[in-house]
Design a protein around this ligand. Structure first.
Ligand SMILES: [Zn+2]
Ligand SMILES: [Zn+2]
Length: 328
């Protein structure tokens, strides 16, 4: 997508076309992306870059986006992950026979090594956004439908990304692809919140792609986009946190942690992200075993009652006592 290879004459022609395209955009669409703008104003311009390097220089924008994307991903993943781990995640799950030795450390290590690689193609899309090729807008007045338009954006964003992720996830489970890209995420049979971003880089980028594609297809307020982005990260962590509570009335419609735990355990079910809609349409819905009294907690209780787990403490690293066994 970034054209810094090939013949120089061709490059300059593409560069001129790109420049003209940017100039022909209305001013509000040419404005810098919010995050980049704030970073430039408060940190990058006064303290990092030389004054001679213009804020809208392409290379400078790409460099800034790379740093900001990596920082943002690490802060969101670790910040939200640690918060969830200590406040919500049920540490009893670490006694489960399929919870791996040192699993939490391994999940974090895997995620933190993948995120920088995922950021490379992601930055290409962010750069296109910053350069005004998306339908992101700055003011509510720019919304085709005003405030109701923002509400519609939220609903359509969730429905669109839920549908896309369902199908991308199903394709990633195809036997020709699964071992290449998606298998690492299924190493965690009983996930912790830190499994949420522990993907092979290709897998992570593919499953994140719908979030980045949406604003190129549909109008979306920039602040709402940021808020949705944070929400998406919270949700991704929450379906891996072993907190199976969902209001009774929504159990059949919302794809919560109980549903996604069954995906990790039984593979071919509950591919969805927020809703069960596509799993129902695609014939892959499975009512969560945890809600039928046959979930991970039930097994732990059974093994403890049979004296097979012992009363061993749960260590911070998830070292399992008793019948602990290592997968793969
Ligand atoms: Zn999967
Ligand atoms: Zn998962």
């Amino acid at each position: 997508m970034t054209a810094n290879n090939g013949a120089s004459g061709k490059c300059s022609a593409v560069g001129t076309l790109f420049h003209n395209l940017c100039l022909s955009l209305p001013p509000q669409i040419r404005t810098m992306d919010l995050v980049l703008n704030v970073a430039d104003s408060y940190v990058l311009s006064p303290y990092v870059y030389p004054a001679s390097w213009p804020e809208d220089g392409a290379l400078r924008q790409i460099l800034s986006l790379l740093v900001l994307t990596n920082l943002g991903a690490a802060v969101l993943y670790l910040g939200l992950g640690v918060t969830n781990y200590f406040l919500i995640f049920d540490h009893k799950l670490m006694k489960h026979p399929q919870f791996l030795e040192n699993q939490v450390r391994r999940e974090i290590k895997y995620a933190m090594s993948s995120l920088p690689l995922i950021s490379i193609p992601t930055v290409a899309l962010f750069f296109a956004e910053v350069r005004g090729f998306s339908k992101l807008y700055d003011n509510v007045d720019d919304s085709p439908l005003g405030w109701p338009g923002l509400l519609l954006s939220m609903i359509s964003f969730l429905l669109f990304t839920d549908m896309c992720i369902y199908w991308i996830h199903r394709i990633l489970h195809h036997k020709l692809i699964y071992k290449l890209f998606h298998k690492p995420h299924h190493l965690w049979k009983i996930p912790s919140p830190f499994a949420s971003h522990a993907f092979h880089p290709v897998d992570g980028f593919m499953q994140g792609l719908p979030y980045h594609i949406y604003p190129f297809l549909f109008p979306l307020h920039k602040v709402l986009y940021l808020a949705l982005y944070v929400f998406v990260n919270i949700w991704t962590i929450s379906i891996h946190d072993g907190d199976y509570r969902v209001p009774d009335a929504l159990t059949g419609a919302i794809n919560g942690s109980a549903h996604h735990t069954d995906h990790h355990l039984f593979f071919d079910y509950n591919y969805g992200q927020y809703f069960t809609l596509w799993d129902r349409l695609g014939g892959s819905y499975r009512h969560p075993s945890a809600l039928l009294g046959k979930g991970p907690h039930d097994l732990i209780r059974k093994l403890q009652a049979e004296g097979k787990l012992g009363e061993g403490r749960v260590t911070a690293e998830g070292k399992v006592n008793g019948v602990a066994r290592k997968e793969e």
